[in-house]
Design a protein around this ligand. Sequence first.
Ligand SMILES: Cc1ncc(COP(=O)(O)O)c(C=O)c1O
Length: 513
Amino acid sequence: MPQVIAGVSDAMRAAENRIKPKRNSSARILPTIAIDRSAPVSLHQQVYNGYRSAILRGDLRPGQQVPSSRDFATGIQISRFPVLHAYAQLVAEGYFETRIGSGTFVAASLPEQLISVKQTLHQTTNLPPGPRSVSLRSLAYPSYDRAVLTRGWGAFGVHQPAFDQFPFSVWSSLVTEHSRNPRVSALHHISPMGSERFREEICLYLRTARAVRCDPSQIMIVSGSQQALDITARVLLDSENPVFVEEPGYGLMRTVLVAAGCRLIPVPVDREGMDIAFAIKTGKKAKAAFVTPSHQYPLGSTMSATRRLCLLNWAQSTGGWVVEDDYDSEYRYESAPIASLQGLDVNSRVIYIGTFSKVMFPSLRIGYLVIPPDLVERFSAVRLAMDIFPPYLFQEVLADFMSEGHFGRHIRKMRKLYGERRDVLVKSLRNEFGDILDVHGAEAGMHLTVTLPEGFQDVEISARAAQARLWLWPLSPCYLLDKPRHGFVLGFGSTPGDRMPDAVKAFRSVLFP
Ligand SMILES: Cc1ncc(COP(=O)(O)O)c(C=O)c1O
């Protein structure tokens, strides 16, 4: 089995290695050293004691640069002489070292006996052995498993675009331009809805490409779909409200609803998306339906026109809300993109959510909500209490990226590339597995799903695969009810086509060791 099947190009790895932290970033930050002019201890002794304690506590780290004696004296408003005296003593005793032309640093290798003092001091921090009381609300959130989010550097990484194809040169020149010449008005507080110019660009895009009915005044910029889901739940739902969710479905969407105290009603999904007739029969009092109609996550079906209309009728007749998570609809390979569900809604009962995580990159953390006009005021009020408004810089950059045509060009280029990668993946799966695996939802997006025959345990296989640097995202945790199907969500966005056949071979070796 190949040891490493990278989903990321060597150039990207090299770029990652180039990013080194600046070593002297602390040089101009004054350490908190208390000086009391009325104390019977000399100023030089106080400066010396303050630095020594900070080093022994570990607040100042070996190798860390400290302010020059002049900056320090100016900063704490004493004469420079006692500071020079204290610095000289700290150098003489080995706490500080000076580097000609660079400045003064905490000694890179502190004497052994000092390190043991430091450990003793650290152990005096009073943390009780057991857990302390936190809110019941916080306990509703599942534990954060770092391994899950950082596992995706191997082949089949889910939610990962082709990072190495992103036009970073264009992007960086726009970032530089907006950093050098910011619009002063935009540096101040802006609306909780976000930058007006950016919302206009998004509106234009959504009307054209997604047939969304909107006006810029309805668009709120958020930090990814995740914040959109959270704000939506806060505005629309109360604790104990029953809510329809797709079964299987997107885990982070369910987390938001569970944390809001809602009662989740899992509704099965088939080739036509969420089974709306089942939902209506099962949850008579449901307040909202959370759906991914363009490309159901994780099984990949598209909600049929009949079910879309049925869902909208349900919402209108019961006063329910429909929350449409349209997370990757830019990429459709066998037909033109499907119009949004929101565009069919004549009664303003749909809250539409979109994201730049797939078309740009996930760490950008930018997404948007399209809010029914009469709810904008409540959404803004909730947003204000969360983070007031979104950060300015990347909104401006993205507005230019869109208006100058780079966005549309990048989507077109990626659609072709991902289409090719998807074709190779489907073909390789067929070559390696024949009809052992069923493939679902390969018509759109950046992932497809395979289901396994009876008897295979996806979570256990996925842990083994991670050791071979394959990211096999297990399907069964996407189910709420017993008897989940086992399988894997396979991303193809970040795995180059020429590496795909070997990656699929490695997948086979993990499945049949
Ligand atoms: C169903 C679904 N919604 C939304 C997102 C995107 O979330 P965000 O915009 O918070 O990165 C994802 C994954 O990337 C997803 O799978």
